[in-house]
Design a protein around this ligand. Structure first.
Ligand SMILES: [Zn+2]
Ligand SMILES: [Zn+2]
Length: 246
């Protein structure tokens, strides 16, 4: 790794910016590894605490870990997410400006970023040799001179607590996502059912009137649709997708 550091992309960890209000971090010019994360990795520090990440990266971390079969520290944690059909390589989508032009990354590299630190395009090797293993205890960042003390990791109470919390957060995230998906399905079924009802010539006036009143009260009648976006139902303001708080 080069010893030259320069102003680079903001690190995904809090407190790693150049100044309190800066949107840049110091990164080594060879692999774009955050200087502060490298320092921590060299001391052998790793963490599963997603609250150490910038707020906007926490949901991404949960999304990532929800696709990993998180087991005990000494087990392999297999990747359950996307596998490229052509190359058979496991991958996770993330556009990281200034770090890599690639929009897909090997999950082992992502697991390294979310545990060992934002080490940019530093290589990562497994101690288990398992191509789909994302257990950070089995991952060794390359080129950093990382200090690995497996025994102390296995005995670390702090790491065990962090891991326990992470598993709970991932479980909550998955329930939340499943509920959202269910709501989306219910909504589209409701719309289909309504279309069937209104387009059916046998539907009586009372039923039709009832359906229209229900839709109007719910703000989703055709006369209430977005004028600039015909066909789109005007929803009660739904900020869920943009809300980063959780
Ligand atoms: Zn950093
Ligand atoms: Zn492994």
């Amino acid at each position: 790794m080069s010893n030259t550091a320069e102003e680079g992309e903001l690190c995904i960890y809090t407190g790693h910016s150049l100044g309190r209000f800066s949107s840049h971090s110091m990164r080594y010019d060879s692999h774009q590894a955050c200087v502060r994360c490298v320092a921590a990795a060299r001391e052998g520090r790793l963490s599963f605490d997603i609250n150490r990440l910038l707020k906007r990266e926490r949901k991404r971390a949960l999304k990532f870990w929800s696709q990993v079969d998180i087991g005990d520290p000494d087990e392999c944690w297999m990747w359950n997410g996307c596998i490229n059909k052509r190359t058979k390589q496991p991958q996770f989508a993330w556009r990281r400006h200034g770090i890599s032009s690639s929009t897909q990354h090997h999950p082992q590299r992502i697991a390294m970023w979310f545990s060992w630190g934002d080490l940019g395009f530093t290589g990562v090797k497994t101690t288990c040799g398992e191509k789909y293993c994302c257990n950070p205890f089995h991952l060794i960042p390359q080129n950093v001179g990382v200090f690995v003390d497996q025994d102390s990791y296995m005995e670390s109470f702090e790491l065990a607590c962090q891991l326990h919390t992470l598993k709970q957060q991932v479980a909550e995230y998955m329930i939340e996502e499943a509920l959202k998906e269910q709501a989306r399905m219910d909504e589209s079924e409701e719309i289909d059912a309504r279309a069937d009802l209104l387009l059916n010539p046998d539907t009586g006036f009372a039923e039709r009137f009832d359906a229209v009143m229900t839709d109007m009260l719910a703000g989703r009648h055709i006369s209430q649709t977005e004028p600039l976006d015909p066909g789109l139902l005007r929803k009660p303001s739904d900020n869920e997708e943009t809300n980063e708080e959780f």
